[in-house]
Ligand binder design. Structure first.
Ligand code: UD1
Length: 418
């Protein structure tokens, strides 16, 4: 399998880039599609490896899927009940497989979901997902690496999330959409992908109000109907190309985006001296020769997104001073630092804080992607570096970025997959 990205830096990115459908919205909407009896069609689905694995997981459960054209995916549960257990082999390849818990419980009253373990960006517990489902009357046991859930007498409940977890909010919403009674999620996640899930479920006949705020109210309905629905654009992919334009002092029009979803990213990019303008066609980004140092704290939406922390760190490595980046969402998101330092960056980590002392140049090196967004950061660093960078384990990048080598080449970058 071709698993290396080879990038020669120095070319300013120029032109237009079209942003694909959002990975994180696509995955949860695919899981939610099984809540309706019949064929749901999702449009704007990105061709990325995470989507392929979710398709395999659905097929393994007995759900029929079919690509209708390039971006349109049909999902249709069979007329009989779906399988009650997700495959361990497939689940370990996709953490978002845990989103099948809420949607499967809306279909069958008993399910076994392979328990996600720790991962490269930190421990990813599911206590908040389970707390929410238990409040609704779901009996949960953890057995041999699986979450065994029985929802025979489930009913709506009030759930307070200790942290506004995206996945927990989504699992509870999917389960509650078809559970009798009213469920209220307090301190819910407010990410645009949560709003997209609610819009999707509501178009199927669900009764969900308040998404985008920290209090979501869900009135359970008996049935949901299949629909055709287009997934929102990927704000993190958009942000990644915007930072890439900035580091190469290029000029890029980022098309097919929802500007409001990008405001936290735009605000920080502007602080670095990057010119950003919202136009009718999209967002225009023009990089500056001097990158100003800025401080960043990651937070749940509408704070600065943790998924844009590593990409921004690559840019700040070339800034004119010292920047402080505080990671408040995942504890292990600084593995990228060693790889960036191999390229000549000067970054030190103390606990949840990274201090980035800007350097004049980055230079090409052999580096390794340790997770999806760390991989994106290495792509950005490589585009802004002198010489050639070989990024190993590029499969992490292909998990979440559709046609990245093609898109970058069209913008003038020198990129190869090997
Ligand atoms: C989702 C996104 C991921 C993004 C993250 C935060 C998907 C498929 N992935 O991940 O790209 O980086 O949101 O925006 O949508 N936590 C608990 N207990 C739980 C659940 C979470 O302690 O039961 C903690 C996690 O360890 C982490 C924090 O909450 O520290 C945020 O996690 P969460 O919002 O759940 O992220 P994901 O849904 O896994």
């Amino acid at each position: 399998m071709k698993d290396r990205l080879i990038i020669t830096g120095g070319n300013p990115l120029q032109g237009k880039v079209r942003i694909s459908g959002a990975k994180n919205a696509g995955l949860v909407l695919m899981a939610a599609s099984i809540l309706a009896a019949g064929e749901t069609i999702l449009d704007n689905v990105p061709h990325i490896q995470d989507v392929d694995v979710m398709i395999e997981l659905l097929n393994d459960l007995g759900v029929h899927t079919q690509w209708n054209d390039d971006k349109s995916l049909s999902i249709c549960p069979t007329s009989g009940p779906i399988k009650k257990e997700t495959s361990y082999e497939l689940s370990k390849r996709l953490r978002a497989s845990n989103l099948l818990l809420g949607s499967m419980l809306g279909q069958v009253s008993e399910t076994r979901i392979s328990m996600p373990g720790g991962c490269d960006i930190g421990s990813r517990p599911m206590d908040l997902h389970l707390k929410g489902l238990q409040a609704m009357g779901v009996e949960i046991d953890i057995e041999h690496g699986y979450i065994y859930a029985r929802a025979k007498k489930a009913k709506g409940a009030r759930v307070y999330l200790d942290f506004p977890s995206v996945g927990a909010t989504e699992n509870i919403m999917m389960m509650a959409a078809k559970t009798p009674g009213i469920t209220i999620i307090e301190n819910a996640a407010k990410e645009p992908e949560i709003v997209d899930l609610a819009n999707f479920l509501n178009s199927m006949g669900a009764k969900i109000r308040g998404t985008g705020t920290d209090l979501i109210k869900i009135e359970g309905v008996e049935e949901l109907n299949p629909v055709r629905y287009a997934i929102i654009p990927d704000r993190i992919e958009a942000g990644t190309y915007m930072v890439a334009a900035s580091i190469t002092a290029g000029e890029l029009l980022v098309e097919n985006i929802i500007p409001t979803h990008l405001y936290p990213i735009i605000a920080k990019l502007q602080e670095t001296g990057t010119y950003v303008e919202e136009t009718d066609q999209g967002i225009l980004v023009r990089g500056s020769k001097t990158i100003k140092h800025v401080d960043i704290k990651t937070l749940p939406y509408p704070g600065y997104p943790t998924d844009m922390q590593s990409p921004m760190m690559a840019l700040l490595a070339l800034s004119d001073g010292s920047s402080m980046v505080v990671e408040n969402v995942f504890e292990n998101r600084f593995q990228i630092v060693d790889e960036l330092n191999r390229m000549g960056a000067n970054i030190k980590v103390e606990g949840h804080t990274a201090i980035i002392n800007g350097v004049k140049n980055l230079c090409g090196a052999c580096v390794k992607a340790t997770d999806l967004r760390a991989g994106a950061a290495l792509v950005i660093a490589a585009l802004g570096a002198q010489g050639t960078t070989e990024i190993e384990n590029a499969y992490h990048i292909f998990r979440g970025y559709e046609d990245i080598a093609v898109k970058l080449s069209q913008l003038g970058a020198r990129v190869e997959i090997s």
